[in-house]
Write a protein that binds this ligand. Structure first.
Ligand code: URA
Length: 422
């Protein structure tokens, strides 16, 4: 068959055969299935969907396009977490060392931010000296010695996804549940962990704006994991409101260190512990108590060792942005909502995020929330503080941040951060 046969089959609503899927991914990775053909196929998949069997085969073919790490020699059970991305979502930073302190090994291949959502590597790079790229041998040695590694995925991991994700980004084909699910799971399965916890974000600051869509994505990813022999569970968690009080890079590292020191905002601590319990459960360590490892400093010890192992200085002062400005309440009332998308956009405009993949981010830029939903405010009181390296970024960001706050008369309904589990 040819590329056109495969595109026509999906266009007309037929399921692709195993042979068609394997061939398509193989020749696309080699450059013989043209980008315009793959763009057409991606659009057909977006419009027609994929069966469970097709999705599992597609993901397996994407994994086979590169190398799959073998962590089976690890003395400890291996478990990873993936978040679909949100605003203020620094959970990986305290979570990986916490779960390692409880006896698991956490290989965490992370990404960079794009648009209004932040990236774990961008955050950690605000620590002086810290390196995101590690050769495989160093990665494996650190996993054995420290128990936790957060680093960049190598070029050889699911190269078909690297090409396809970049193509989807410019062809309006990102928002497809099978394409998102196979993209995320191909990278996570290739990384080699025995178990996986997915944090699927729901709300204005997330990819999935409603619970039904998020549940469909979570179910697709859990099915792919199960078919590949990786014990996978998904949590659906709230991303209507930013997580914690800090949104940016260095400011999120600082908040994560507060959590590791036994403090930090309640929502960040609660979600970190909830995800840690799920990870320990799927890793086969259900009787360990992550709250104890946070309280007695064991998680902090692993954090320090993990940062040092990658060249970082855990005691070095974090970069601070050059200029700042406050956003104040226009009237008396109760903060009824703080929109995650608006705050994420403000942080992005301040320089914490990037518009194109090759842009640099500012380490010190970001938003510090001084008020959360449910807080009473008087006119003129500070709602949030904005930080940037260049003064002309403050004005546009202040407008976005001010618009993200809704001030009403009544207390808003308060819901849990964890909405559901798949
Ligand atoms: N993240 C990914 O890695 N892939 C997608 O398709 C969407 C989000």
């Amino acid at each position: 068959f040819t590329a056109v046969d495969v595109i026509r089959a999906k266009r007309d609503g037929h399921a692709l055969t195993d042979a068609q899927i394997d061939w398509t991914i193989e020749v696309y990775t080699r450059g013989e299935f043209a980008d315009e053909q793959m763009a057409a196929l991606a659009m057909a998949i977006l419009l027609r969907g994929m069966s469970r069997a097709e999705l599992s085969r597609w993901t397996t073919a994407m994994i086979a396009s590169g190398e799959r790490l073998d962590l089976s020699s690890s003395a400890r059970p291996t478990v990873d977490k993936h978040s679909t991305g949100g605003v203020g979502d620094k959970i990986t930073l305290p979570l990986a060392p916490l779960v390692a302190a409880c006896g698991a090994a956490v290989p965490q291949l992370s990404g960079r931010g794009l648009g209004h959502t932040g990236g774990t590597l961008d955050k950690l790079e605000s620590i002086p000296g810290w390196r995101a790229s590690l050769p495989n041998s160093t990665f494996l040695a650190q996993l054995a010695e420290v128990g936790a590694v957060i680093c960049a995925a190598g070029e050889k991991l699911a190269p078909a996804d690297r090409k396809l994700y970049a193509l989807r980004d410019v062809t309006g084909t990102v928002e497809s549940i099978p394409l998102i699910a196979s993209s995320i799971m191909s990278k996570k399965i290739a990384e080699g962990a025995g178990a996986l916890v997915l944090d699927v974000k729901v709300g204005s600051g997330a990819f999935m704006k409603d619970l039904g869509q998020a549940r469909a994505l979570a179910t697709a990813m859990v099915d792919i994991g199960a078919a590949a022999g990786v014990r996978t569970v998904a949590m659906l968690t709230d991303m209507a409101t930013p997580l914690g009080l800090a949104v940016g890079n260095a400011v999120e590292v600082a908040e994560s260190v507060e959590v590791l020191a036994g403090g930090g905002p309640a929502d960040v601590v609660g979600l970190t512990l909830a995800l840690a319990r799920e990870m320990l459960d799927v890793a086969g360590l259900p009787d360990t108590d992550p709250a104890a490892a946070l309280a007695d400093g064991r998680a902090m010890d692993v954090w320090r060792a993990m940062i040092r192992a990658q060249g970082g200085d855990p005691d070095a002062p974090l970069p601070v942005a050059a200029v700042s400005e406050t956003v104040r309440a226009p009237r008396d009332g109760v903060v009824s909502a703080v929109g995650a998308y608006g705050i994420g956009m403000a942080a992005w405009r301040l320089g914490a995020g990037r518009a194109r993949k090759e842009d640099a981010v500012s380490a010190g830029a970001g938003v510090l929330l001084r008020r959360r939903p449910g807080d009473r405010v008087r006119a003129g009181e500070v709602l949030c503080e904005l930080r940037a390296d260049e003064p002309d970024r403050l004005g546009p960001a202040a407008e976005l941040a001010a618009a993200a706050f809704t001030i009403g008369a009544d207390l808003p309904p308060t819901g849990p951060v964890v909405l559901d589990r798949v």
